[in-house]
Ligand binder design. Structure first.
Ligand code: IMP
Length: 196
């Protein structure tokens, strides 16, 4: 398979500028230029991040016809049997970080992980290709807002770190994060395919 598009330019369908900035910085290491596309995406209700990302990639492609990535992420908390997982967006909007910390009040096991799925689709492909990344860590007892990042970043501390994602600049979060890991495998695959 070889991509028609010369030069490495793709689009990221998202309304989240933080996600976009993380992706731009990561993909820049691979000389892949990325544009932010604020097309309306759909997020189907599913327990699979992969299914959500794939559906959303096809939907975004239908709207714009451009080589596109979409990304879906979730926070999985051990003591809550993996909740909120694929429902993270709804939980963040409704109870937020304070609410999640309340659910974890007096809970000793603070282990949690973030997962990310990046789905890529372009006209050369039959179906979207997915790339996964994850990072293990813990839910902090209090909010540690370092004014960086977004979402659950102020309450998530990756393993072997004394800072939450919110206390790290993008370049540091990108060394560890679920999204950076998914984007790295996408970028390696894309670089190989587009050089054919
Ligand atoms: P989404 O559906 O992928 O946009 O993300 C689900 C929820 O998880 C949203 O509320 C996001 O704010 C949150 N989220 C996703 N990725 C991250 C991250 O890297 N850090 C913190 N929160 C995140």
């Amino acid at each position: 398979m070889s991509f028609q598009l010369k030069g490495k330019v793709i689009f990221f369908a998202t309304n989240n500028i933080n996600k976009f900035n993380e992706a731009r910085e990561m993909l820049n290491h691979y000389k892949i230029a990325v544009g932010m596309l604020r097309v309306k995406t759909i997020e189907i209700q599913s327990e699979s991040l992969e299914e959500i990302a794939q559906t959303s990639a096809l939907y975004a492609f239908e709207k714009c016809g451009l080589p596109i990535i979409v990304e879906d992420a979730g926070l999985f908390v051990d003591a809550l049997n993996g909740f909120p997982g694929p429902y993270s967006s709804y939980v963040y909007k409704t109870i937020g970080n304070e609410g999640l910390l309340r659910l974890m009040n007096n809970v000793e096991n603070r282990r949690a992980k973030f997962q990310s799925v990046v789905a890529y689709f372009s006209e050369e492909l039959k179906s979207p290709v997915c790339f996964k990344g994850e990072v293990h860590g813990e839910i902090t007892v209090k909010i540690h807002d370092g004014n960086s990042g977004f979402g659950f970043d102020p309450i998530f501390k990756p393993v072997n770190s004394d800072k939450t994602f919110s206390e790290m600049p993008t370049s540091e979060k990108n060394k560890l994060s679920h999204r950076a890991r998914a984007l790295k495998s996408f970028a390696e695959w894309y670089t190989k395919e587009s050089d054919l």
